[in-house]
Ligand binder design. Sequence first.
Ligand code: SME
Length: 169
Amino acid sequence: MYDFKFDTTDKSALYRELTEAADALTAGEPDGIANMANVAALLWESLPELNWAGFYRAIEGELVLGPFQGRPACIRIPFGKGVCGAAAATLEPQCVADVHAFPGHIACDAASRSELVVPILVDGALVGVLDLDSPLPSRFDGEDLAGCVNLVQRIAACLGGMAKVVPQA
Ligand code: SME
């Protein structure tokens, strides 16, 4: 069992500790799905005021739902559609203060008001995105953006890995 406890009052310290914890959780594990599942749970448990935390994976030119915490979500998102698709198409993080004002926003949960999406790049190739949603408008600021970008960069290789298929004897 992992039992991480973080002080959420100092945001930059929180992201430093979260990044260390995410690194410790994923280091040495080659299965990207397992690592996404643990990191989604870590962020969901540790970041206040979220209603969704998880991953979409880049598969054959579209985003496909990956491990997450929160309400069931749309499964496939074309590149360029919504906030996640914008991050995938531009390879730039998207920090959206008011999702209702974002053209093409995909409302998986009507409660969502702001959103932060960070593309995950391994050797320059997109492997997926990290998506955080909040019921509060303007929930995510520059520290959240920098903290999540840094966390994703640190563990990107572990998120993009696939489990090795071991042939049965
Ligand atoms: N709102 C996202 C869709 C994914 S859900 O928020 C989980 C978007 O516009 O891309």
